[in-house]
Design a protein around this ligand. Structure first.
Ligand code: HEM
Length: 415
């Protein structure tokens, strides 16, 4: 279910239409103005392909919904101390997100408006399909030091502890808020972040961002499991988007968990994990398989024949990744992984700056990521990876309808 485009043309739209007579005619024709002006001509294609993911709902899209192929993730810092101004920006972001996820241009579009003013939309996504774009917002711990929000900060949103082997770059870590843009077309994801940053000008600034390609986990087990840059199937034992019970148990914040504004939300851990690809590529197949605890071709657990066979952990080396990450080794801890591969050129020393941009959603990071990551301290994979960026966000529940907005449960409906 996607939103119909806003049909009431603003004054600026009318003037920009190229003459009062035309404008009046357009008003009579209702939505036609918005359709012609904003690049809404992509709508029929979207309807045909079903390529728009509903923006409204109890939960935000981009968590349990099918994982798209591309990512543009951005962490922002807040620059304004004016709460009303920040809340207005969240409302403006929501309006733009509603349109972009449906395949429409932002505001009054990329052309045809006042020649003297920059257009509302930057234009590079005109003519492209919605591409299953999802935009998911999260609030970082540092946001709660602003706007008198300290009392609203969830206990679960404690700063992540230092983990063995962490080599975190503060320029790639943290952030007051984040937006995860996922789409099947990279240009659609990049366009979305760019336009949100543009709307936020003067109120927020991008602290760091990450492009990702090739999902490394899926929420759709019926599809072929994707592979990460180490060449292994990744996401075999992930939570599927259809597993309502496990999502409820491990991903969604329940009513009793508190605080109330987070009910129906989740917590997102983002880790930029660099892979020492060159070293990995010189490692024997046997060793690679021992390290992961699964075989490279089929993805079957050690000693088993098929990818979906139940892992027998004791058959694996004690420091195999799957053995250490498995719920049985972590008091049941289970997370929903939604990461992407990245390659950001080379590092000046002839090595690829590549790896896994790890994204994991969970009901509580203390019993999710933190527990598992602590257990991974002795992971044999650690010789080949390094965590270089880290962030944690509280992801509020979904935007319910056209009058609702991102963050309304935290900042108050009447704000
Ligand atoms: C570059 C780093 C990493 C690589 C290459 C990697 C790779 C893999 C692979 C190939 C699997 C087996 C397939 C599957 O069940 O998905 C797997 C499983 C898993 N990984 Fe990772 N992983 C990495 C980092 C992490 C981190 C940081 C965590 C969490 C702290 C994690 C948690 C898990 C979990 C929970 C499983 C499923 C275990 C099971 O239920 O059997 N991984 N990983």
């Amino acid at each position: 279910m996607t939103d119909a485009p806003e049909t009431t043309p603003s004054r600026r739209a009318l003037i920009g239409w190229g003459g009062a007579g035309l404008a009046l005619g357009a008003v009579a024709a209702g939505g036609a103005v918005a359709m012609a002006r904003t690049g809404d001509d992509v709508e029929p294609a979207a309807a045909e392909t079903g390529a728009a993911i509903p923006f409204h709902g109890e939960r935000q899209a981009g968590i349990a919904t099918p994982v798209q192929d591309r990512l543009h993730f951005a962490a922002f810092d807040v620059k304004t101390d004016d709460r009303a101004e920040f809340v207005q920006m969240l409302k403006d972001w929501t309006a733009a997100a509603r349109r972009m996820t449906a395949g429409h241009a932002v505001g009054e579009g990329a052309y045809g408006g006042l020649a003297e003013a920059p257009p509302d939309d930057t234009g590079e996504a005109l003519g492209l399909k919605p591409s299953r774009l999802t935009l998911t917002i999260g609030f970082g711990p540092s946001l709660f030091e602003k706007f008198d929000l300290a009392g609203q900060r969830p206990e679960a949103l404690a700063e992540l502890p230092h983990f063995a082997g962490d080599n975190l770059d503060k320029n790639r870590s943290g952030g007051d808020l984040c937006v995860q843009a996922c789409a099947d077309d990279p240009q659609v994801a990049v366009h979305a972040i760019r336009n949100l940053a543009r709307i936020g000008f003067g109120k927020v600034v991008i602290k760091w961002s990450q492009l990702g390609f090739g999902k490394t986990s899926s929420t759709t087990p019926e599809e072929q499991t994707p592979r990460n840059l180490m060449g292994f199937k990744d996401g075999t034992r992930n939570i599927a988007g259809t597993e309502t019970d496990r999502l409820k148990k491990f991903v969604w914040v329940g009513e009793k968990d508190g605080p109330a504004w987070m009910t129906g939300g989740s917590y997102l851990v983002a880790r930029r994990i660099r892979m020492h690809i060159e070293t990995w590529d010189r490692t024997s197949l046997q060793e690679q398989e021992d390290i992961i605890g699964r075989d490279k071709g089929e993805g079957a657990p050690v000693g088993k024949a098929k990818e979906r066979d139940k892992p027998f952990l004791k058959a694996m080396k004690p420091d195999a990744h799957v053995r250490l990450a498995h719920p049985e080794t972590n008091h049941g801890a289970t997370i929903l992984r939604r990461g992407y591969s990245f390659t950001d050129g080379t590092d000046g020393l002839g090595r690829l700056d590549a790896g896994l941009f790890f994204l994991a959603y969970q009901r509580d990071p203390r019993t999710g990521f933190i527990r598992i990551q602590r257990n991974l301290a002795i992971d044999s994979l650690n010789e080949y990876i390094q965590h270089v960026g880290s962030a944690l966000f509280a992801v509020p529940p979904g935007v319910r309808d056209k009058d609702d907005w991102w963050g309304s449960t935290l900042f108050g409906k009447g704000a």
